[in-house]
Design a protein. Sequence first.
Length: 574
Amino acid sequence: MKTLVITACPSGMASSYLAARLLRQAAQDLGWQTSVECYSQLEPVTTFTPAQIEDAELVLVAADTPLDLSRFIGKSLYRSDIQSALNEPRSWLQQGREQAVMQEEGTPAAGVKLVAITACPTGVAHTFMSAEALSEAANAMEIQIKVETQGSVGAQNALTAADIKAADAVIVAADIEVDLSRFDGKRVYRTSTGTALKKPQHTLKSAQAEARLYRHKGKNPAGADGTNNLQDDKQAGPYQHLLTGVSFMLPMVVAGGLIIALSFVFGIEAFKEEGSLAAALMQIGGASAFALMIPVLSGYIAYSIADRPGIAPGMIGGMLASTLGAGFIGGIIGGFLAGYSARYLANKVPMPTSLMALKPILIIPLFASLFTGLVMIYVVGGPVALVMTTMTDFLNNMGSANAVLLGIILGAMMCFDMGGPVNKAAYAFSVGLLASQTYGPMAAAMAAGMVPALAMGIATFLARRKFNKSEQEAGKASFVLGLCFISEGAIPFAARDPLRVIPCCMLGGALTGALSMYFGAKLLAPHGGIFVFFIPNAIQQLQWYVPAIAAGSLVSGVLYSVLKRSDAQMLAGK
């Protein structure tokens, strides 16, 4: 039997990939000729060809997300949830053959069609969790949606021109600036990944009601009715521009920090021996990767504000901040100076049409770079360098009491909103200090950031009877995410019970941050969680760092397991 199988889960990750493998094997055991179309980010999607659809005798769909099945009109089709296919793949195939019905014209109802993009600064947790939340909510509301995730490994489940053309509206759930040029002429609704994750149904409803016509920069600035349309240069505020810069800087910091740590494998001062491998590693990590941190931060802040014309003046401003000793604070200032000056030149300076082609490649980079450079050298550089020197000396030489206080503040901030603005502010501050060889705050921030998700996993284990089955499963996933330094694993618990979860997590995070600073732990890489533990010298005082994380996680987990009310207690109002 010639059979086509489609698998798709809301997250586009493991379930659809695993179901595709199991169903392919089961079909081979039954002697069926089977082709599989798997919607998973773990492998490229290979869609069925018209010839395959024409020859197929049966179409089987295991999906928990809306799919357009109009191409299968006239074919026998069976559809069910993906979990049924995972539980008994062979029986599911046989059941599908018996219960398949002919697809008739109009069967695949074409309701609301949306497309979406999700993107967070690190491109890890919020990006994919918000995509999953939107997909699940759309499925419940019988809305067709396709979500493109712009994560740390690039765009996955990419939107095609046909997807965009067919969509009634576009949702951009992003904490960083993303390219919107392909949505010119479409209705666009912008929000954050946090809002899409916590309020997916509200996001979908708002997108349908509040999306506004989008015109890409350089197109007509007003609609046919004379009203201003959604302009891409007015979307992001300073906070989003900053996060865009941090997002592009992070890979540089991670790579540089880990390479420096590898150089320490040969001894803390082995890099001073010229010609040695340790010296080469330090040159790559310290003299190159870390040297580019601030210029990249500054350049992509300017890029977020002014698009590509802002990159050159932004990077120049960042390099000046680095050479003048103004550090990451100077880099941030340089990025905003470059970005806003470049955008002003692009939008406000008139030029003859014959010279417009010179504007982005000559006029804007030249004058924006001159303005940014002169301001950095004669106005910003000196005072900010003094501030950075004073702050760095204070952080590197502060006493135990001040170190503990800073750890408490950073730890509590990291656990307050679990990936939200407060969390990102503490994280960005800690990452920025790496350029000044100040590694203690970064250690405290990562340690505290692991606490919320670990604590929820511990709580579901200690007070198992207080949690329903879905929460117990979420607790297991949360614990694994915590080990990977993904605080967002605790969000499902915080969204349901914020008045208990958030204070418990903040208390444990503050304890972990305080202990990390007290023990003098230092971290050279800004991400990685438990995986960084196995790289020699990536973490100093590792023997105390691990107990600090465990202590905070246990305090939060035990406290929440005591305070947690079961579903029965909540219904009874106890």
